[in-house]
Design a protein around this ligand. Structure first.
Ligand code: ANZ
Ligand code: ZN
Length: 832
């Protein structure tokens, strides 16, 4: 998935010379990542500990990171993304879950094709090379993926199922063909993507002015799911608010009414409004210059000016046109319509800020109460009539610099005068419905998703055109048993030119085929699918990645879905995350999955040195909470490396205690060690559950300090306590510094990787804070005693002391004049 490239790449050398300690001296017992890391990576690989478990009784966790577009080296942005997922996967394994943690490649797409056009190498070649490089980086970082489930979207065994979904969704009416506006570069004689149009409206390659053309395309009817996708957001309790609110805005539900304004010559203009309460203040209409009625109603004199405006607006996108601050441009059509509530004849204008493809493409203008209308009316000298009195303050047309846009009380509105805006909207809508000139309407800003691209490096759309069977060129689906329609091998120089017909149209062996209906000659669709299609459902392909009977098995879906934690860049807040929520709903309708939403918890994150992978992993996770921005700091990396070195020293210092048993009764010296160890387990466990990785690591760091401050002690029980403590530290570090942790655990007698070993539970009795007793006096006489946690102050002690029965009795009929508090010793009430 295209994540933003972030500059520094992983250095290729990850380990220091064998036998050198971080400080440089040669010490055979020094912490030596160059020896430890390869050893454990080999063992993990051999034991298959990373593979998804199949224990029927175990609970599952599906941890997923957005898969990358294989663009070459791994960047720090990637590193952080994958580490968040990996740390969780390791933690969940250690907590006894069956963990699915897969990886794959979002390999198709525009960047690869553009690079190919430039350097004339086949995109498949480059992709394969990049995957190799990227892969060695994932190995070095020790990311614990289930490689048996690797998926590559450019493989026909993957995109075959995109084609299968396409046909199934065509049958269901979710895929359809429509005409749509595209960027057309006359110089390149081809459709180009928005990103290829420069700010001045010229093609980035040829420099020609880009035109808008209407061309047929394939689209997903995602708008039919708008209501569901909106309602579903309410169930996504573990998604960041800013992501769900971006989706909510993008879907853009708008409740209002449609209303007809009759034209004197017959027919009517239909408008969409969210403010029917302002109808008595509608003094003119504005319609989109591209509205089909315009050519019919405009006077001969005005038509050329309107056409000039249409031409001028051709290359402006919706956001630019509707921006409140953008200059308002309009032309009078010369025609009139009737305001159905006032009976007034109002002029009909066209304006740049009205969009043809939203609502009805026509607006009832109320310049007193809508800012865009206000600016427009001022500019063109159109009448402004107030019909709403604001609830707070005053407003009048005279001297107003802005419209009064809030709801209020209706004025000058006939029978509706005096009603509130909300009441009036209900009443006016009902009356319009009764008169048959309007109705309540809901509009969404969400548009259907046009997904056909005139590109080579994408999934071929499985459609053929036969002149005999399909003269209207609706398209005949390729029979399912003929899938996949594979991308043909190509002569890169002849096909990937970036000019002329779509690339696939230049490959006769691909285009020319036979009609599945009549067997006669037919032509294949030469457009390919948007790469966002590939990423809509890959999370489900991981469940049964080698399945060739179905995209995946329902039983696997029931076992693993939804994804428990999904980690990725916030740049995917809208498109990808909305598309794959949409696809999941379609898959549920098709009976393929049982869930409504693909992902329970979403983490979006706002980014390695010679020290080894463990230090790099630790540092990246320590640098701050996942959602914060991240700056690389060599100093802090050093700090993390030193920290591991100090843990290592402690481990070595107590090697004689390895495997020592813990007696039931222990001395105070051993109890002190145990207490620190169990507090560490508690803190780390709780932090991990909150995904607060940095505080988990900080907890281990503090533990190390506390242990180092203990006075020296010896004895069998002390050995047992050290053995327990160092194993606990290994466990706590195992998600972050897995090689290091497994090495430590091995030294202390654990035979297998900690990922397979149970996560130790802390003993609640050992984690309570130390207590202290206070003498409670009344007028200097001892009357009782209270026991509180060591850190407690007067605020905690006083209410407890007052509540002691023998103390309370002394207060009878008296008042407390003064309270004397001596920390850690006594509290004395002076009463009289
Ligand atoms: C009259 C009116 C009076 C309006 C008023 C607003 C305030 P949302 O919430 O985005 O749906 N509108 C309708 N169709 C439009 C189009 N195709 N292009 C541009 N603007 C359009 O916005 C709905 C409001 O945007 C509608 O309500 C309409 O202006 C305008 F005091 O109608 B209103
Ligand atoms: Zn045919």
């Amino acid at each position: 998935m295209g994540s933003n490239p972030i500059p520094p790449t992983l250095p290729s050398d990850t380990a220091s010379a064998p036998g050198t300690s971080p400080s440089g001296g040669v010490d055979p017992r020094a912490y030596d990542p160059a020896r430890i890391e390869p050893k454990w990576q080999q063992r993990w690989a051999a034991s298959g500990v990373d593979r998804a478990g199949h224990r029927p009784a175990a609970h599952k966790k599906y941890v997923l990171e957005m898969f990358p577009y294989p663009s070459g080296n791994m960047h720090m942005g990637h590193v952080r993304n994958y580490l968040i997922g990996d740390v969780l996967a390791r933690y969940y394994r250690a907590r006894g879950f069956d963990v699915l943690h897969p990886f794959g490649w979002d390999a198709l797409g525009l960047p690869a094709e553009n690079a190919a056009i430039k350097d004339q190498r086949h995109p498949a070649e480059r992709t394969a090379e990049n995957i190799v490089t990227f892969n060695s980086d994932t190995q070095r970082l020790a990311l614990s993926y289930d490689w048996d489930r690797e998926v590559n979207t450019s493989d026909p065994s993957y995109y075959r199922w995109n084609q299968w979904f396409f046909i199934k969704m065509l049958e269901r009416g979710i895929v359809y063909r429509r005409t749509s506006r595209v960027n057309w570069c006359p110089g390149c004689a081809t459709v180009i993507a928005n990103e290829q149009v420069k700010d001045d409206g010229k093609c980035e390659r040829s420099g020609d002015i880009v035109e808008q053309r209407d061309m047929p395309e394939w689209a997903f009817r995602i708008t039919a799911y708008a209501e569901q996708l909106l309602a579903g957001l309410e169930t996504l309790k573990e998604w960041p608010d800013r992501i769900t609110s971006m989706q909510r805005n993008w879907i853009g539900k708008s409740e209002g009414a449609e209303l007809e304004f009759a034209l004197p010559a017959g027919g009517a203009i239909r408008v969409f409004t969210t403010r029917l309460d302002t109808i008595f203040g509608c003094t003119y209409l504005v319609v989109a210059p591209e509205h089909p009625l315009v050519e019919k109603i405009a006077t001969a004199e005005q038509l050329p000016k309107i056409r000039a405006l249409v031409a001028e607006l051709k290359n402006q996108d919706a956001a630019t046109r509707t921006d409140e601050k953008a200059e308002k441009k309009g032309v009078d059509t010369g025609a009139f319509a009737i305001n159905p509530f006032t009976g007034a004849k109002v002029p009909v204008w066209v304006a740049n800020f009205v969009l043809a493809n939203y609502g009805t493409g026509a607006v009832m203008s109320v310049p007193a109460h809508d800012q865009r209308d206000f600016l427009f009316a001022k500019k063109y000298g159109l009448p402004i009539t107030q019909v709403i009195a604001p609830i707070k303050g005053e407003w009048q047309v005279e001297g107003a610099e802005n419209a009064s846009t809030e709801d209020g009380t209706l004025v000058a509105s006939g029978a509706f005068t005096g009603k509130t805006s909300a009441e009036a909207r209900v009443g006016l809508t009902a009356e319009a419905e009764k008169r048959g000139i309007g109705k309540k309407t809901v509009n969404f800003h969400l548009r259907d998703w046009g997904f056909s691209r005139q590109r080579y490096w994408g999934t071929p759309i499985p459609i053929v055109y036969c002149e005999k069977c399909d003269p209207e060129r609706k398209g005949i689906p390729v029979p399912l048993e003929q899938l996949p329609v594979k991308l043909p091998d190509i002569d890169v120089k002849a096909v990937l030119t970036g000019r002329g017909e779509p690339p696939l149209a230049k490959v006769p062996s691909f285009v020319l085929t036979t009609c599945p209906k009549c067997g006669g000659p037919a032509r294949r669709e030469t457009e390919t699918m948007d790469t966002f299609v590939d990423s809509t459902w890959y999370y489900a392909r991981y469940l049964s990645p080698r399945d060739d009977r179905a995209p995946f098995e329902r039983a696997d879906a029931d076992r693993w879905l939804p994804v428990d934690v999904y980690v990725g860049g916030p740049e995917h807040a809208v498109m990808h995350l909305l598309y794959f929520r949409f696809w999941t709903r379609v898959m549920k309708e098709m009976g393929l999955v049982g869930v409504d939403e693909p992902v329970k918890r979403l983490i979006t994150q706002g980014i390695v040195k010679k020290h080894g992978a463990d230090t790099a992993r630790l540092y990246v996770m320590f640098a701050g909470p996942p959602e914060n921005d991240f700056d690389w700091s060599d100093k802090q990396v050093e700090g993390c490396s030193r920290f591991l070195g100090r843990v290592w020293k402690l481990v070595q210092a107590h090697l004689s205690s390895a495997g020592a048993p813990l007696p039931a009764e222990v001395s105070p010296a051993a109890a002190a060690i145990r207490k620190i160890a169990h507090k560490c387990l508690k803190r780390v466990t709780e932090s991990m559950e909150k995904l607060s990785f940095n505080t988990a690591i900080a907890g281990v760091m503090e533990t190390l300090n506390s242990l180092n401050e203990l006075p020296a002690a010896s004895g069998a029980d002390v050995d047992g306590a050290w053995n327990e403590a160092l194993r606990a530290i290994a466990t706590c570090l195992s998600p972050f510094a897995p090689h290091f942790a497994d090495e430590v655990a091995e030294l202390y007698g654990v035979k297998e990787s900690l990922q397979g070993a149970p996560w130790p539970e802390f003993d609640p009795k050992l984690v309570v804070d130390d207590t202290v007793s206070y003498a409670v006096q009344v007028n200097g006489k001892l009357r009782g005693e209270v026991t509180v946690a060591t850190g407690s102050g007067q605020a905690e002690v006083e209410p407890l002391a007052r509540a002691v029965d023998t103390v309370k009795a002394q207060f009878e009929g008296k008042t407390v004049k003064k309270v004397i508090f001596v920390p850690k010793r006594l509290i004395n009430f002076v009463v009289a």
